[in-house]
Design a protein around this ligand. Structure first.
Ligand code: 5AD
Ligand code: SF4
Length: 470
């Protein structure tokens, strides 16, 4: 297939880096090294985007702070997936008006999915006049140019043009962690699930070139990263826009060949594109973690159809069966929406049945939130909030008991875990992750984050496992 994806020319990225240098010359003359505060809401893709914003800011001469009073530049990277996320951002962005009164030189930026929606951008334009810079995901690569302009001529800037989206390579990165790393392999979504705003704000699906992805991962492996998560709204459709034929399973195979001891994870997968070839590749590639996040959203076929999910409950269950046959200890997680417009409580019970049948290790559960501009927002939604909440509580209660049972089955086993951090709780000073990414709180023993160590599991609850190093 012919490649339709736009790749930003390297000269244009170089021009952005030149803007960074120009800003660095300005900031070098300020009495103190300026600090920036980058606050991130939402998904891992946003975390990855924020790492690039920090990369640019570092080149501009900024250090980092979590204190908005200390920050010369504040960037809030926003999420639009549910109304609750937007309310939190708007509340926090609104409160900055007082901070800026104390620090009038402060530059306040709002970026990400939320501001890519025209009605939200309009609201910020009119009612959040202390916000200087607003830009959507498509404009992120031009951040240096925008900051440079605002530092030299004050004013406000909005960069929220709707577009199919592009790929920008070579943006500097400041990663938040030294053990785990995010690697975006594709951007955007073509699926248009009826409830979801993502395709409207993040543009069409586009895949990074395999050589760029492989080079980034080789470097991460050399730097000692141990847990690499490949990101995309729908990683299973990776490669459909590439000139040379390559699908997601092929990409996994190529990444698996990179030397080093590290785990490969990925998210998110769509059931309609999760193939037997993918499952076989997962089973064969020793670096690919035995874990799959496969959202099914609802268990009833009528609801799935109205959601435009393009798979049935039976097709979903068949895929899970096929995967379990190949990888019996696979850790399965999923996303579920409760209270989609028109879903009856009887239909919702089909969701509970899927839980009983699959026995997920953990779930991410959401109550439907209407997003302006999506088909579902215009659908009749007769069920009361109380009934939705009751159903939601039934769902979480059932999953809690399944999670706890699944966790208890680990007790007595010894697993090779990745030590990934330290905790403040003196009873469990270390945290680690099983290959399937379940959290293990480790008592005693010493190990540095980034080491793979055998841990014997001694206890469990519905949230996590407890263990000791052996
Ligand atoms: N309301 C509630 N949940 C939603 N999700 C996406 N859009 C909405 C919405 N409008 C959930 C889906 C998706 C996850 C990332 O967020 O379950 O898989
Ligand atoms: Fe949203 Fe569906 Fe695309 Fe996921 S696959 S981002 S739920 S439209």
């Amino acid at each position: 297939m012919e490649r339709t994806t736009t790749i930003i020319p390297q000269e244009d990225i170089q021009a952005q880096l030149a803007h960074c240098q120009a800003v660095a010359q300005l900031t070098a003359q300020w009495p103190e090294r300026p600090l920036a505060f980058v606050d991130t809401y939402g998904c891992q893709q946003n975390e990855a985007d924020s790492e690039r914003l920090r990369g640019y800011l570092e080149q501009m001469g900024f250090g980092f702070t979590q204190d908005e009073e200390q920050a010369r530049v504040i960037v809030i990277n926003t999420c639009a997936i549910r109304e609750h996320a937007e309310q939190r951002v708007l509340g926090n962005a609104g409160a900055l008006v007082h901070v800026k009164r104390r620090h009038p030189e402060q530059l306040i930026c709002l970026c990400g999915c939320m501001v890519q929606q025209p009605q939200t951008a309009q609201k910020i334009r009119e009612s959040y006049r202390h916000v200087d810079l607003v830009f959507g995901p498509h404009a992120l690569w031009k951040f240096p140019e925008m900051v440079h302009a605002l530092l030299t001529h004050r004013g406000r800037r909005f960069s929220i043009e709707d577009e199919a989206g592009s790929i920008a390579e070579g943006i500097p990165v400041v990663r938040q962690d030294s053990v785990k790393a995010w690697v975006s392999i594709m951007y955007g979504c073509n699926n248009f699930c009826a409830y979801c705003i993502v395709p409207y704000v993040r543009g069409r699906e586009r895949s990074r070139r395999p050589e760029d992805i492989l080079a980034e991962i080789r470097q991460l492996a050399d730097e000692g990263y141990k847990d690499i998560t490949l990101l995309g709204q729908n990683v299973n459709s990776y490669g459909k826009d590439l000139e040379e034929p390559m699908d997601f399973a092929d990409l996994l195979e190529r990444i698996n060949e990179i030397p080093g001891e590290f785990l490969i994870r990925f998210m998110t997968s769509h059931p309609k594109d999760a193939t037997q070839k993918l499952f076989e590749t997962m089973a064969r590639c020793e670096k690919v973690a035995p874990a799959l996040h496969l959202p099914f959203q609802a268990g009833n076929d009528r609801v799935l159809k109205v959601m435009n999910r393009r798979h049935t409950r039976a097709q979903y269950l068949e895929k899970i069966q096929a995967l379990k046959a190949l990888i019996p200890d696979i850790v399965l997680t999923s996303d579920i929406i409760v209270g989609f417009p028109g879903e009856t409580t009887q239909e919702f019970e089909d969701t509970l049945k899927v839980l009983e049948e699959v026995r997920f290790d953990a779930l991410f559960t959401f109550i439907f939130s209407p997003r302006k501009g999506t088909p579902a927002a215009a659908m009749d939604d007769p069920m009361s909030r109380e009934e939705k909440l009751q159903n939601f509580n039934r769902l979480t209660a059932l999953q809690d008991s399944i999670s706890e049972e699944k966790h208890r089955a680990y007790v007595g086993k010894t697993l090779r875990c990745l030590v990934d951090g330290r905790s403040d709780d003196p009873r469990w000073p270390l945290t680690a992750r099983t290959p399937g990414n379940r959290l293990v709180r480790i008592a005693g023993g010493d190990a540095a984050p980034g080491q793979f160590r055998d841990a014997r599991i001694t206890g469990a609850n519905k949230w996590s496992l407890f263990g000791e190093l052996v």
